[in-house]
Design a binder for this molecule. Structure first.
Ligand code: ZN
Length: 405
């Protein structure tokens, strides 16, 4: 279906007979502008164990404005088509382009920039403080837009100096927006924290005074009991990404976070490491990987769905408006085609969503009451035209972003 085939909410009635309505998923961690690097992480020479600074793509600083926009559009279509209505997107450059793409595709966003120190992360051009200034202007320009919220972050403890982390945290406080940071995502980060700070990544950030309940911590894999205790006491929100984490050979202690009543949600990370950007896949992995890890009965299907909806919304500080279907909340709704030989009840719906549903099950998606996927196809943008344009650009021998590096 191309643009214009759907006449929009003014058509009045959506026939949902035989379909199951759920709140849209809230993807608590991604990077929209890496969308052109789909699956790159699967190449054996890319994910180098122990090296947090691989000298390989993604080189987002070499991307043109068109490439930034198209990367974001691909990411957002993938998200919508798999039942995600809100995307948290972390960029280094061009935060306005992410918002422009989101306006076009119709997905809800919490987006922002992450500081990088040119000494600690030398790939690409420095982004600080330009990115923060750009973000501040964007947040001001879009204040009051119900679909757009913003954050300021620092990429990670390993790619930022202590001063830069503290400065980025202060900028977020000034703007009264969340602070977003990758945390304890890699054994090499633990080693770097020990070397630079003499302690664990979590304790290092705590000493810098940046941890509180406005912090979104991404991944949070390599933590001990004391780290978990600190994160719980500070009220830090955790965006756990089961598939991309498992691809790197690890499993986060998700069940332990949930058992302690911490603020936890699910995310996918980018198309680079998560080729379908599907929260549906994260649901089953969130459960089964915890079982493999030894937490046999810790999480069930209903728990996983809650993590991916209200849990993530809470991590993003947005649970007052999204994450559940309630009177007064935004109409971020996904209609699934689910069936069961005995008929559907709540338990079979939860199990079906987690273990059976896929992209083909997603029939209709509404964001803020606007139909953005109808009959399984994006209704805001012509997906075939996007594919054709990209094929013309990259399959015809034209320069790809990484060729400019
Ligand atoms: Zn990330």
């Amino acid at each position: 279906m191309g643009t214009g085939d759907w006449s929009g909410p003014s058509a009045g009635v959506i026939d949902g007979r035989g379909l199951v309505a759920l709140p849209g998923f809230v993807n608590a961690h991604s990077h929209a502008n890496i969308g052109l690097y789909n699956g790159l992480w699967d190449r054996p020479n890319v994910a180098v164990p122990g090296d947090p600074y691989p000298r390989v793509p993604p080189y987002t600083s070499f991307m043109t404005a068109d490439e930034h926009r198209d990367a974001a559009i691909l990411t957002m279509i993938a998200a919508l088509r798999t039942g995600t209505t809100t995307l948290c997107s972390c960029e280094r450059y061009a935060p306005a382009t992410t918002v422009e793409a989101a306006d076009r595709v119709g997905i809800r966003t919490l987006s922002g920039v992450m500081a990088n120190d040119p000494v600690f992360r030398s790939v690409g051009r420095p982004n600080w403080p330009d990115a923060a200034n750009e973000l501040a202007g964007l947040a001001l320009a879009r204040a009051g837009d119900p679909l757009r919220r913003f954050f300021i972050g620092a990429h990670s403890l390993y790619s930022c100096s202590p001063d830069q982390i503290v400065e980025a945290r202060a900028r977020a406080r000034e703007l009264d927006v969340p602070f977003n940071i990758h945390l304890a995502e890699h054994p090499a980060e633990v080693a770097i924290a020990l070397e630079r700070y003499g302690t664990s990544p979590v304790r290092a950030l705590d000493r810098l005074g940046v941890l509180d309940d406005r912090v979104i911590a991404d991944h949070v894999i390599f933590v001990d009991d004391d780290d978990i205790d600190i994160l719980g006491r500070r009220g830090v929100g955790i965006a756990s990404c089961p598939l991309s984490t498992a691809k790197s050979g690890a499993v986060a202690p998700l069940a332990a976070f949930v058992a302690r009543g911490m603020r936890v949600g699910l995310g996918t990370d980018s198309l680079l490491s998560n080729n379908a950007l599907s929260m549906l896949r994260e649901l089953s992995l969130a459960i089964v990987l915890q079982r493999v890890r030894g937490a046999a009965t810790a999480l069930g299907p209903a728990d996983a769905i809650r993590l991916a909806t209200l849990g993530s919304a809470d991590v993003l500080g947005w649970s007052g408006e999204i994450g559940s279907l309630e009177a007064g909340k935004a109409a971020d709704i996904v209609l699934y085609d689910l069936r069961h030989p005995w008929g559907l009840d709540a338990e079979r719906v939860a199990a079906g969503i987690v273990y059976e549903a896929d992209r083909a099950s997603v029939r209709t998606v509404l964001v803020g009451g606007r139909v953005v996927v109808y009959d399984g196809r994006a209704s805001t943008i012509d997906e075939d035209a996007v594919s054709a344009e990209l094929a013309g650009r990259y399959q015809g021998g034209g320069p790809r972003p990484w060729d400019r590096a």
